[in-house]
Design a protein around this ligand. Structure first.
Ligand code: CA
Ligand code: CA
Ligand code: CA
Ligand code: CA
Length: 419
């Protein structure tokens, strides 16, 4: 912008004059007693100096330390006008938050003290107004100014887990590092100053099975092949410590109850060889016996389908699964004929219906058993007292081992057990 030479000169003079006025008459001289309060520590531990703007005749911010326990009132700062010649003709007046109750000013010297212990977590700053009055003229020496007394944080609050304890789960056999749960601690101290609210997580109880990320609080599995069938429940205790986890920090802890959920990593297994004695008058279509394969898993992972493999057995008997007991229920397809056939052999297979391809390397998830069926005659003594009997023999039992007793009675001799 092109200006006439005279005009440029005039602007310069006005600027210079204004600056001189500020230097001579308006320069603030009020100091906070504790210079360290002018420094704010950043989260990374670096110290940066805050140059407070000099507005009007006072600094716009004072600091007072919270939870002050000393016998004397805590010095906050001083109001002072350059027009104060020290002859007692100036009165300093404080108004606003806590003026006259918490913050007391010496009207002559301008010294401000805090008379009570303050809690930053209840109220972090106070907005006040300052006036300087000339007693001779009863007029303000300075324009009324607003300033803030900021309550400086100390680390007087331990981290807390307000929502704990927690309940969660993770599938068994999960890969190491699988995320299970995230805990978050709260710390009421000032998150913007120092490390009073800077929390680090650690695991107090639950190793070596689980770990926790020190920064995020994410709990992960830490051990491979964690087996629900061996151990299902874990009580993990997580600690949060402020001061970035350093010695002297305050800490709080919470419990995370972790349950391993089931995956299908166990095949069904027949524990025994079965013998079945049948009454020859049994009805077609009705259950005549049952057989059970055990599966260490639960829910769908333990669901079993039974089938009869040999055609001779399958033509005479059928098998279905009892949904509640997971037993194989054997029924007759055709009437028994004691005179024609008294022995049957069933080759029965039990297999899981919900397979997990991750565990196919463990085998086929099926097991088979042989069931020997003997048909008893109703017309001849001894008479069976029940429709059928199951006698179980452990697979590795020695030949000749007693496998069970059939309770029966002979009509001719009283209550003599028959073996
Ligand atoms: Ca704290
Ligand atoms: Ca605090
Ligand atoms: Ca299973
Ligand atoms: Ca399992």
């Amino acid at each position: 912008i092109a200006l006439a030479p005279g005009k440029t000169l005039l602007l310069f003079i006005i600027t210079l004059h204004f600056s001189l006025m500020k230097l001579l008459f308006r320069m603030p001289v009020y100091k906070n007693h504790n210079l360290t309060h002018n420094h704010n520590q950043t989260k990374d531990g670096e110290t940066e100096v805050h140059h407070r703007p000099k507005r009007g005749w006072i600094w716009n911010q004072f600091f007072v330390l919270e939870e002050h326990m000393g016998p004397e009132a805590q010095y906050v700062g001083k109001l002072h006008s350059n027009s104060d010649k020290g002859d007692g003709s100036v009165r300093y007046i404080l108004s606003g938050d806590g003026a006259g109750t918490i913050f007391i000013i010496n009207e002559v010297t301008g010294d401000i003290h805090a008379t009570k212990s303050l809690d930053r977590e209840k109220k972090s700053h106070y907005v006040l107004h300052a006036q300087a009055i000339d007693l001779n003229t009863n007029k303000p020496l300075e324009p009324e100014s607003e300033f803030i007394i900021k309550v400086q944080d100390i680390n007087d609050n331990a981290p807390k887990f307000p929502d704990g304890p927690f309940v969660t789960s993770v599938p068994e056999m999960s890969e190491v590092g699988t995320s299970v749960f995230q805990v978050t601690a709260t710390d009421a101290d000032d998150p913007t100053y120092g490390n009073s609210a800077r929390v680090v997580y650690s695991i107090l109880h639950g190793q070596p099975y689980f770990s926790v990320d020190p920064k995020t609080g994410i709990i992960r599995t830490a051990l491979p092949n964690m087996n629900r069938e061996a151990r299902e429940h874990y009580a993990v205790v997580i600690q949060a410590k402020d001061m970035a986890g350093q010695v002297g920090g305050l800490s709080g802890s919470t419990m995370v109850n972790i349950t391993l959920t089931d995956v299908n990593d166990n095949p069904p297994k027949f524990p025994q060889i079965h013998l079945l004695l049948l009454h020859s008058t049994l009805t077609v279509g009705k259950p005549v016996g049952k057989i059970k394969a055990n599966d260490e898993d639960v829910g769908v992972n333990a669901e079993i389908k039974y089938s009869i493999l040999n055609p001779e057995g399958a033509s005479m008997f059928s098998i279905s699964t009892d949904k509640d007991t997971k037993e194989g229920i054997i029924s007759l397809r055709k009437p028994l004929n004691y005179e024609k056939k008294r022995q049957y052999t069933l080759h029965i297979v039990a297999e899981n219906t919900h397979l997990d391809p991750r565990f196919s390397y463990l085998g086929t998830f099926k097991d088979d058993a042989t069931l020997k069926i003997t048909v008893g005659d109703v017309n001849e003594p001894p008479v069976f007292s029940m429709d059928y009997y199951i006698m179980d023999v452990y697979e590795n039992a020695q030949i000749g081992t007693e496998v069970g007793a059939v309770t029966a009675h002979d009509p001719d001799s009283k209550n003599s057990p028959v073996r």
